[in-house]
Design a protein around this ligand. Structure first.
Ligand SMILES: [Mn+2]
Length: 247
């Protein structure tokens, strides 16, 4: 009978999907910077499925070899039913500015925009298809997910309202000492933007309940001591995963 045969012996793929639906996982990855192949490797390691959620904290483009491939992949995974939520990084902001303001073009070009244009086989940002600009233009500056505040760079706690200083969300550095735990209440900030050695990321992952802050940028496009990997954080377990760059 058709009604009972489906529950007899489900295939392995079905079992895994049900397992993930029960323990719904929420992953955070930041600063992919055109490292498309490394992203695919990390998602494979995470066994990322349509039952999970993925939050990307910006800087999809620049410096690495395949910025176009990263944005295309986000679109194709979404169209296959994967739940991917994307924030804005300072490199997306620079790319948008470079198209609208000629004076910003040379600056973006030096910050890795040259590699981005090459991945699109374009000489100038105005030659890039509109659908990419539609993706970039709609990117928000932060998400609040359960007890987590997700943002590209961080928050400016010297501002009257840290949630209204949008420039700082894209660019701020060295702000951990200013965190106002009273303002945060029981929330934890998760951010990227500043390349951080793997041992520091792992150290903070074990202590984010106390420090109320976590960084996930291991500098995938850099070749330094303890850098050079793409990092994935799972929000419920606080577990971190690292995929060394394969670019
Ligand atoms: Mn950044």
């Amino acid at each position: 009978m058709a009604a009972t045969s489906s529950s007899d012996s489900p295939p392995a793929t079905k079992q895994r999907r049900e397992f993930n639906a029960y323990f719904m996982r929420q992953f955070v990855i930041s600063d992919i910077h055109g490292c498309h192949r490394t992203l695919l490797q990390l998602l494979d390691t995470l066994a990322f499925s349509t039952a999970d959620e993925l939050y990307l904290l910006g800087d999809y483009v620049d410096r690495g070899p395949d910025s176009k491939g990263v944005i295309d992949r986000i679109g194709s995974l979404r169209s296959q039913g994967y739940r991917i939520h994307c924030l804005r990084g300072n490199h997306e902001e620079m790319m948008i500015d470079a198209r609208r303001q000629p004076s910003q073009l040379a600056f973006w070009y030096r910050q890795g925009g040259a590699e981005t244009l090459a991945s699109f086989h374009c000489q100038h940002p105005r030659d890039i298809d509109d659908r990419y600009w539609n993706f970039l233009d709609q990117l928000p500056h932060f998400f609040e997910v359960g007890r987590y505040l997700l943002v590209h760079a961080g928050f400016n706690f010297r501002a009257t309202d840290p949630l209204e200083d949008y420039q700082s969300m894209l660019w701020i550095r060295n702000w951990h000492q200013q965190i106002d735990k009273e303002w945060l209440a029981d929330r934890i900030i998760v951010h990227g933007h500043t390349p951080t050695p793997r041992k520091n990321i792992e150290w903070l992952a074990d202590r984010m309940d106390d420090f109320r802050v976590m960084t996930v940028d291991n500098g995938c496009v850099y070749r330094g001591r303890d850098l050079g990997a793409l990092c994935g954080l799972e929000l419920h377990s606080h577990r971190v995963y690292f995929q060394q760059s394969v670019e």
